[in-house]
Design a protein around this ligand. Structure first.
Ligand code: GDP
Length: 463
């Protein structure tokens, strides 16, 4: 029997016995995926030694014995750079790990005592845990499968608010020099596509999240490939469909439409088919505090990006996702990251805000009976809680170090428990300061509620 097949059958059997789990981590850029996965691996590696995992039941019961790294099954996927991440955290001064920019993977084998085990002797079992990290931006492309080029063009241009239009202006001006029936050479096409990608990058740097196509921002191995060289075409409308479709194959319109289809078939679909469909569980990380910091237009934009991103977890029978790929995620977590940026009395509000930000997608998920839970957490806790005296009153505060290593003691502000309205943005500004990571001491990384998230994501597999 070929080796691959033997391995595949072994994998199937293991999965049947609940001994194998594929857990995927996603979120938009800077949501905290790299920090989360680094901490997750670190906590499990230190389980049974010095990790503090009281909210993870098998750990609390003393049944989680530890975790070892294994070689990963998919040789075609980059390894998650765990050692490199730990090395930056252990630097002097400590630095946040370089974020990952594409899909990466790491396999752990967890060893635990089963519930039946009594005392020191008894049954031990293993759980093979595949961890997969991939950019949330890639999920923003799912709705693109429901469009053809014409529909997509119209939708993209209509969705640009005033500020986004400013970033798009140089591209717009360049593309306005061409008619849809014109023959445009490769070099010029690449240049126009480059300008379109620049506009997306600038928008992202300015704090916008809802940007398509997702691979333009995080191309992975497709950097510079012609499949990424298309863009929406201004000035075309559904009413012109007949004329447009009758244009010659080498016209600008037809060329862009062909590339768009190629992107759908050879970039978006394969990700869902080859990766997404095989995930058992998923955590979606959201930098809610970062969006609050960036102001109302960005906050709205994050909400709309998340609504799109969450369509990838809409398992309603008639959803686009189900019709195309029949996925099988049986449990989902959503988490507001970097909770150590606010004082503990604000954590409940942070979860409530995350839930209201995702209210619509959560409704759909619950309706489709996908178990989902919301958390606030800090993968790597960079601050300590303090009390300060102000006007004779004790106030909560945070102590840590800024990214420039200067010591800080501050109260960062209140987190609203609901979606902020216009009055709120006028009344209150936010300044959630960025902190550098804590100095490493060789022990498990300090965290907030990583154990609660782990309990939800894999606790039941360690019985
Ligand atoms: P990714 O792009 O989703 O992989 O995001 P990263 O994991 O690289 O996180 C982006 C930045 O957010 C980091 O460089 C840190 O500055 C910050 N960050 C991430 N997680 C935490 C956390 O748990 N606590 C704090 N204070 N900052 C964090």
């Amino acid at each position: 029997m070929p080796r691959d097949l033997t391995q595949e059958i072994h994998n199937l059997i293991e999965r049947g016995r609940d001994r194998q789990l594929r857990l995927a981590v996603t979120g938009l850029s800077r949501a905290g995926k790299t920090a989360f996965l680094t901490s997750l691996v670190n906590q499990l590696r230190h389980a049974g030694i010095d990790a503090r995992l009281d909210l993870l039941k098998p750990a609390r019961e003393g049944r989680l014995l530890g975790a070892q790294r294994m070689s990963q099954p998919d040789l075609g996927i980059p390894r998650f750079p765990y050692d490199e991440a730990l090395a930056s955290l252990a630097g002097e001064p400590p630095r946040w790990p370089e974020p990952t920019r594409g899909i990466s993977e790491l396999r752990l084998k967890l060893r635990f005592k089963t519930r039946r085990a009594r005392g020191l002797l008894g049954d031990t079992a293993n759980l093979t845990l595949d961890l997969i990290d991939y950019p949330g931006e890639w999920l923003l492309d799912l709705p693109l499968l429901a469009h053809d080029f014409l529909g997509w063009s119209e939708a993209q241009l209509a969705a640009m608010g005033p500020e986004r239009q400013r970033f798009a202006e140089p591209w717009r001006r360049a593309v306005a020099a061409h008619r849809p029936d014109e023959v445009v050479d490769e070099t010029r096409l690449a240049e126009l596509a480059g300008r379109y990608a620049d506009n997306l990058r600038q928008a992202r740097e300015a704090g916008f999240s809802h940007l398509q196509p997702g691979r333009f921002l995080l191309p992975g191995e497709l950097e510079g490939a012609p499949v990424l060289q298309f863009f929406p075409l201004p000035g075309i409308a559904e009413a012109d469909r007949r004329q447009l479709e009758a244009l010659p194959a080498e016209s600008l319109y037809k060329t862009l439409a062909r590339r768009f289809r190629h992107y759908q078939q050879h970039v978006v679909k394969p990700f869902y088919r080859e990766h997404f469909r095989r995930f058992d569980r998923q955590i979606v990380l959201v930098d809610v505090l970062g969006a609050l910091n960036a102001g109302p237009e960005r906050f709205e934009d994050l909400a709309s990006a998340l609504a799109t991103l969450m369509q990838s977890f809409d398992y309603g029978k008639r959803s686009l996702l189900n019709r195309l790929f029949a996925p099988r995620i049986d449990r989902l977590a959503i988490a507001a990251t970097k909770a150590d940026h606010v004082t503990p009395d604000q954590h409940a509000n942070l979860v409530a805000l995350l839930e209201s930000l995702l209210a619509e997608p959560l409704k759909d998920l619950r309706y489709a009976d996908v178990p989902v839970r919301a958390f606030s957490l800090a993968a790597i806790r960079a601050t300590e809680n303090r009390q300060v005296e102000s006007d004779g009153q004790r106030q909560p505060a945070l102590r840590g170090h800024g990214l420039d290593d200067a010591p800080l003691l501050l109260y960062p502000g209140d987190v609203p428990a609901r979606l902020p309205d216009a009055g709120f943005w006028q009344r209150q500004g936010f300044t959630f300061t960025a902190f550098r990571p804590p100095p490493a001491d060789g022990g498990a990384l300090p965290h907030i509620r990583m154990d609660a998230a782990l309990d939800w994501l894999l606790g039941d597999k360690l019985r």
